[in-house]
Design a protein around this ligand. Structure first.
Ligand code: NGQ
Ligand code: ZN
Length: 455
């Protein structure tokens, strides 16, 4: 609605400078037009208790939502990341663009309901089941964009370049045939995605070399120059075997190799970066790149624990991703990162930045800044930015009667997603009372898709 002005009033709101009381926010065309603190509500204002910014979800493979909980049966040998990947490859083998669209819409509804207002979709399922390109290069990516238009989530699309099955340019396997491009084909896809992206507000298109396993150094260099300031995302050092293979190939560890051979800086997001030496941890922190952490998936796949304490101590930037989407829960990602460190170091409040700091508030602030950086946008409740925000259910037993400064700890460590009430994305209320406004139709289509896939 062009020109429509709308105003909301909050008992408290988390602004860039910290919590403020009695905050009135006016919106115009989905953007924040003004923010006033210490003012009363005016008649006609929509009123809520407490407001926080929506968080970016910096790493997702939407289609994997449909296999959530289906890979938890023990196999004949030792189950691992690599046996899970076999199951995942078999699962994706049958997906059509319509299937992917229905699954992505379901995942995005759950993301919004959990407090994520933008997703970085690390998209590599490009081609038909036999590996042949669709008539339109962006057929699959188009399904993701279409889902985002339907659910309203902000989208940073990260088309993935994938060409090899292992370090040193090994030939891809049959299970990878739907992912593959040469550099010319990838460049054509990127041009097409830029055109499609212009049809939806504030879509960002980045570039994603899948991993050091899937690209050669020459391909990586070409992708780096193709990116030109776009976000660049790469999976790295998630599994010990990957570190060993990289050492055998290059004499260096994955993060060490990447930092040495490319120009890693603030436009980069290194997804996982689980296995790093202390020197790599410090060097990554100094690079200004974002570490893309996916604690739920990393636990589910048995990856290991990210050296969060040392990385944050060195000023490292980080954000969160729901990755495999086995569970989609913003608060749980933050909680699990902190709990991993508590179990490892046998202490409490490991990731708060100093005495008197709230662990939840520090994690949230870091994830907001790092997530936005990684997805190529600005975030926070500021004039001129999209109103991407979450109101809290302050009647929840774990949030009731709290001072605003205690709300994020209550939300993250106690209430979880039950503490989330409404979610706005670009000024539109997409979630009310914890439910997405299109949940029923999205679930119905998702179930129809699953009934075909699981038959
Ligand atoms: C992916 N997912 O691309 O979906 C990967 C697994 C791989 C995670 N690493 C495949 N969580 O890394 O080769
Ligand atoms: Zn991933």
């Amino acid at each position: 609605m062009a020109g429509a002005v709308q105003a909301l009033h909050f008992g408290a709101a988390l602004l860039p400078a910290g919590w403020a009381r009695d905050v009135r926010v006016a919106l115009a065309d989905g953007l924040v037009a003004s923010v006033q603190a210490g003012v009363a509500a005016e008649s006609g204002d929509e009123r809520h208790g407490a407001l926080i910014p929506g968080l970016p979800n910096l790493h997702s493979h939407a289609f994997q939502r449909a296999m959530a909980g289906l890979a938890e049966v023990r196999g004949a040998g030792d189950d691992s990341f690599w046996t899970w990947r076999e199951l995942m490859y078999r699962f994706l083998d049958r997906l059509t663009p319509d299937d992917v669209g229905a699954i992505a819409a379901m995942a995005q509804v759950e993301m919004l309901e959990s407090g994520f207002t933008r997703v970085g979709e690390f998209h590599y399922l490009h081609h038909a089941a036999d590996g042949r390109p669709y008539r339109h290069a962006a057929e699959m990516a188009g399904a993701i964009l279409h889902a985002a238009a339907e659910t309203g989530i902000g989208l940073t699309l990260l088309p993935v370049f994938y060409a090899h099955s292992g370090f040193g340019g090994q030939a891809p396997t049959a299970g990878q045939r739907r992912f593959l491009h040469d550099l010319d084909g990838f460049q054509r896809l990127l041009v097409r995605l830029d055109e499609l992206a212009a049809r939806l507000p504030d879509v960002v298109v980045g570039v994603a070399p899948h991993s050091l396993r899937a690209v050669t150094p020459a391909e990586l260099a070409a992708l780096e120059s193709l990116a030109r300031g776009r976000p660049i995302h790469i999976h790295i050092a998630e599994q010990v075997k990957e570190v060993e293979d990289c050492l055998r190939w290059s004499g260096r560890r994955p993060v060490e190799w990447l930092l040495g051979e490319t120009d890693v800086g603030p436009s980069w997001c290194l997804v996982h970066a689980t296995h790093m030496t202390e020197a790599e941890t410090l060097a990554l922190a100094r690079s200004g790149a974002v570490a893309g952490l996916c604690p739920i998936t990393e636990a589910n796949l048995g990856d290991g624990l990210f050296p969060a304490e040392a990385f944050l101590e060195a000023g490292g930037r980080f954000g969160f991703g729901s990755d495999s989407n086995v569970r989609i829960d913003m608060t749980e990602e933050l909680r699990l990162l902190e709990y991993g460190q508590r179990l490892l170091h046998r202490g409490r409040n490991r990731l708060a930045r100093g005495a008197g700091h709230s662990t939840g508030a520090d994690l949230f602030a870091g994830a907001l800044a790092g997530g936005a950086q990684a997805l190529g946008v600005a975030a926070g409740l500021e004039v001129g930015l999209p109103f991407d925000a979450v109101s809290l259910n302050i009647g929840h037993p774990s949030l009731a009667e709290r001072a605003p400064e205690a709300l994020l700890d209550g939300l993250i460590f106690a209430a979880g997603r039950g503490g989330i009430d409404c979610v706005w994305r670009r000024g539109r209320k997409q979630v009310a009372g914890g439910r997405h406004v299109r949940r029923d139709e999205v679930v119905a289509r998702y179930r129809a898709t699953l009934s075909g896939l699981l038959a």
